[in-house]
Design a binder for this molecule. Structure first.
Ligand SMILES: NC(=O)c1ccc[n+]([C@@H]2O[C@H](COP(=O)([O-])OP(=O)(O)OC[C@H]3O[C@@H](n4cnc5c(N)ncnc54)[C@H](OP(=O)(O)O)[C@@H]3O)[C@@H](O)[C@H]2O)c1
Length: 255
């Protein structure tokens, strides 16, 4: 078939993509993927100087200082994207924190903080994007959940994180159902363990890393770039008939 390009639907040319937690780790790479596909990135996090550095390396992106845990912050972020670009096509709720302690030692306040950032803030972001996306008749919302939403690990006790990410998968299913008729798709990406600031407690210690690798059927952690295809699929029209789903990229942990 001459002229047929099966990768064309992955392009994001001119699309406005809001990504939270773009100042480090997976969010940096997601911003690079979006930029490489031609999207206009609205990159948010608290550490604005890091976002500015990243923006300097990208074609079409801007940095927005934002604490997703503050009341009204997610709404203001979407409003900013609308003011600047007139539309919001994609939001990636990627900002997240973890608290790896045994449940008996986790304070209720600490638990609540994780749930606020990892579960309440993604809802606030999605809800803020709903209005403009409904008016446009299209939109893609990507929740960055975790394999922890499917499997707990004795090696990594983290009740708040597991509860929040499991809840995020349920929220994805529910919003996907409620908003499908409006052309708004909601899907979750569930990574296994990738070396980032969040996982230094594991990756800074060779013997601990080895224990975690042994628990992965592929016998290794994820590598930079190994979420590129999954995130490109979910943010783009390549997944235009897909909603309420979770995509697990974890070396086989959730098998
Ligand atoms: N790495 C993994 O193995 C793994 C596995 C499964 C799922 N995930 C998920 O992937 C996402 C990204 O994590 P990561 O591994 O890339 O960790 P990371 O390097 O620690 O990045 C976390 C990001 O979230 C942002 N963030 C945290 N609290 C925030 C707040 N209150 N307001 C705004 N931004 C906030 C941070 O930015 P600032 O500090 O600058 O605000 C940072 O950009 C998280 O949702 C995480 O749960 C990670």
């Amino acid at each position: 078939m001459s002229g047929f390009d099966p990768l064309a639907s992955f392009r994001l040319d001119g699309k406005v993509v809001v990504i939270t937690g773009a100042s480090s780790g997976l969010g940096v790479r997601f911003a690079q993927v979006v930029d490489g596909l031609g999207g206009i990135g609205v990159l948010a996090a608290r550490r604005k100087e890091r976002l500015d550095d990243l923006v300097g390396t990208l074609e079409h992106a801007e940095a927005v200082a934002c604490d997703v845990g503050e009341a009204g912050a997610n709404e203001a972020l979407v409003e900013h994207a609308l003011d600047r670009h007139g539309r919001v096509d994609v939001v990636v709720a990627n900002a997240g924190i973890a608290n790896a302690v045994p449940a008996a030692k986790e304070s209720v306040d600490g638990y609540r903080e994780v749930v606020d950032i990892d579960l309440v803030a993604p809802f606030a972001l999605a809800r803020a994007a709903y209005g403009p996306m409904r008016a446009q008749g299209s939109g893609s919302i990507v929740m960055v959940a975790s394999v922890a939403g499917f499997r707990s690990m004795e090696l990594l006790p983290q009740a708040s994180y597991v509860a929040a990410k499991t809840g995020l998968i349920g929220l994805t299913r529910e919003l996907g159902l409620q908003w499908a008729r409006h052309g708004i798709r909601v899907n979750a990406l569930c990574p296994g363990m990738f070396p980032t600031e969040m996982t230094t407690g594991v990756t800074d210690h060779a013997e601990v890393t080895e224990m975690f690798e042994a628990a992965v059927p592929m016998r290794r952690l994820g590598r930079t770039g190994e979420l590129d295809g999954a995130v490109a699929l979910l943010v783009s029209d390549a997944s235009s008939y897909m909603t309420g789903q979770t995509l697990v990229v974890d070396g086989g942990v959730a098998c």
